[in-house]
Design a protein around this ligand. Structure first.
Ligand SMILES: Nc1nc2c(ncn2[C@@H]2O[C@H](COP(=O)(O)OP(=O)(O)O)[C@@H](O)[C@H]2O)c(=O)[nH]1
Ligand SMILES: [Mg+2]
Length: 393
C-alpha cells in the first residue's frame, strides 16, 4: 500500500492525446510521489518528455500546430488579454484564418502549374487581371497579420515602459505615483537612483512593466556610471520611453536629451512639476514634437491619470474577440516568407517572366502558411517547439 487515491481511466479516442490514458490522483507528498513513480517505472512506464502529451495529440490529428502551441501559451499567459488570445488560438482561431489563405495560394499555384503541364491542350489562357487581384488579396491579408505581430507581442509579454531623463526631474516620484506605493526612494539629491527599479501594473488586462532608471548625465562616480549604463540598456529594450522634463527648468532636461539619441518614434515627453510653473504649454518654443508632450505634477497628482491613459492608448488590445493576432515568432517568420514570395510573384508578373518562376514562388508561399499549421515541418522543428513545453503538458 502506497496511498489511497483516485484512478481516472480515459479511453481513446476522446482523451487529450486520443490514446487510452490513465491518471493517478494521489496525495501531494514528495516521498509518496517518488515511491509511486518507482513502482510505475519498474512496470515499464517512463516519464513523459516536455510537451509529449500535446505532441501526441498533434500526431493523432487531435489538434494542429497552432493549437498545440496555444496550449503552452495558455499555461504561460500573463494577464487576461494573453489568456484570451491563447484560448482563441487553442480553439482554432488562427487556423481557421490561415486555412482559406493556404487554399487560395494552392489554387493560384495549380492554375499556373496546369498551364505549364498542359500547354498544348487548349486550356483557356490565364485571366491575368483576376489572377493579379487574387495575389494582391492574399498579400493584403498577410500584411495585416504581420501588422498584428507587434500587438500580439504586447499581449503576450506585456508592455515595457522606461522612465528616463536627467537627475531630479521626478522619475522615481512618477514610478511611485503610478504604482501607488513608495517603491523607489525619492530625495532632492541628484543621483539618488543608481539601479533600475522595476514595478508592475495591469492596464486593459495587459502587464505593464515600469522601469525607473538612474538619471542620465555626465557622471564620474563609478556606481552612477554603471547606473547610467543600465538606463541606456532599459531604453534599448523598452516599448515606450517617457522622457521626463522638469517644467520649472526645461532647458537642462532638454539639453541632456540632445546627448541621448533616443528612438523618437517610441518616445514621449512628460513635463513634470507643473505645480511650480504658471504656463499651460511648457513645450512652447522648445524643440520637442508637441503632439508627444504631456504635463503632470507628481506632487499634486494632477496629470498622472493622463499618463496612464496614454499607456492604455499604446496597448491597443484587439477590440472584438474576432481579431486574429500573430503572437509567435515562428508564425511571424513563415508569414513574412509567404509575403515575400508573393512580392516576388508580382515582380515576375510585371517583368513578364516565365510561369515556372511564378509557380515556384506560389508553392513557397503555400508551403510557408502550411508550416504554421504543422504541415511539412522538418522533424527538427517539432523538437524545437515541444521541448519548450512544461513537463506534463
Ligand atoms: N514641486 C514638485 N516637486 C517634485 C515633483 N515631482 C518630484 N518632485 C521632487 O523632485 C525631487 C526629485 O524627485 P525624484 O523622483 O527623486 O527624481 P528622479 O531623480 O528623477 O528620480 C524630489 O525632491 C521630489 O520631491 C513635482 O511634481 N512637483
Ligand atoms: Mg530617481
Amino acid at each position: 500500500m502506497i496511498d489511497k487515491g483516485l484512478l481516472l481511466a480515459m479511453p481513446g479516442p476522446h482523451s487529450y492525446t486520443s490514446e487510452d490514458v490513465v491518471e493517478f490522483h494521489v496525495h501531494g507528498n514528495q516521498s509518496l510521489l517518488s515511491l509511486l513513480m518507482e513502482v510505475l517505472v519498474s512496470l515499464g512506464i517512463r516519464p513523459a518528455e516536455p510537451g509529449e502529451f500535446t505532441y501526441r495529440a498533434f500526431t493523432y490529428g487531435r489538434m494542429d500546430m497552432t493549437q498545440a502551441e496555444a496550449v503552452e501559451a495558455l499555461v504561460l499567459a500573463q494577464g487576461d488579454a494573453a489568456r484570451r488570445q491563447a484560448l482563441r488560438q487553442l480553439t482554432g482561431g488562427l487556423s481557421s484564418h490561415l486555412e482559406p489563405m493556404e487554399e487560395s495560394l494552392k489554387s493560384l499555384y495549380l492554375k499556373i502549374e496546369a498551364r505549364l503541364e498542359f500547354s498544348e491542350d487548349g486550356i483557356p489562357s490565364l485571366d491575368l487581371p483576376k489572377f493579379e487581384k487574387e495575389v494582391a488579396g492574399v498579400k493584403d491579408e498577410l500584411q495585416k497579420l504581420l501588422g498584428s505581430y507587434r500587438q500580439g507581442k504586447v499581449i503576450r509579454e506585456g508592455l515595457a515602459v522606461a522612465l528616463v531623463g536627467p537627475p531630479n526631474v521626478g522619475k522615481s516620484s512618477l514610478l511611485n505615483a503610478l504604482l501607488e506605493t513608495d517603491r523607489a526612494i525619492v530625495t532632492p539629491m541628484a543621483g539618488t537612483t543608481r539601479d533600475v527599479v522595476e514595478g508592475e501594473i495591469r492596464l486593459k488586462g495587459v502587464r505593464v512593466r515600469l522601469f525607473d532608471t538612474a538619471g542620465i548625465r555626465e557622471a564620474k562616480n563609478v556606481v552612477e556610471v554603471e547606473g547610467i549604463r543600465r538606463s541606456r540598456q532599459v531604453i534599448e529594450e523598452a516599448d515606450v520611453i517617457f522622457w521626463l522634463v522638469d517644467a520649472s527648468n526645461p532647458e537642462e532636461s532638454l539639453q541632456e536629451l540632445k546627448n541621448s539619441s533616443l528612438p523618437l518614434e517610441r518616445t514621449w515627453f512628460l513635463f513634470n512639476k507643473m505645480d511650480l510653473v504658471h504656463t499651460k504649454n511648457p513645450w512652447e518654443g522648445k524643440s520637442v514634437p508637441q503632439d508627444r508632450c504631456l504635463v503632470l505634477s507628481c506632487q499634486t497628482g494632477k496629470g498622472v491619470e493622463g499618463v496612464l491613459s496614454k499607456v492604455e492608448d499604446l496597448i491597443q488590445t484587439p477590440a472584438s474577440g474576432e481579431d486574429v493576432v500573430l503572437t509567435s515568432a515562428r508564425h511571424q517568420k513563415e508569414v513574412q516568407q509567404a509575403f515575400h514570395a508573393l512580392e516576388n510573384v508580382q515582380g515576375l508578373i510585371k517583368g513578364k517572366q516565365p510561369y515556372e518562376l511564378w509557380a515556384e514562388e506560389l508553392k513557397e508561399a503555400a508551403l510557408a502558411i502550411g508550416r504554421i499549421r504543422g504541415r511539412n515541418l522538418p522533424a527538427t522543428a517539432f523538437e524545437d517547439i515541444f521541448t519548450k513545453f512544461c513537463i506534463g503538458k
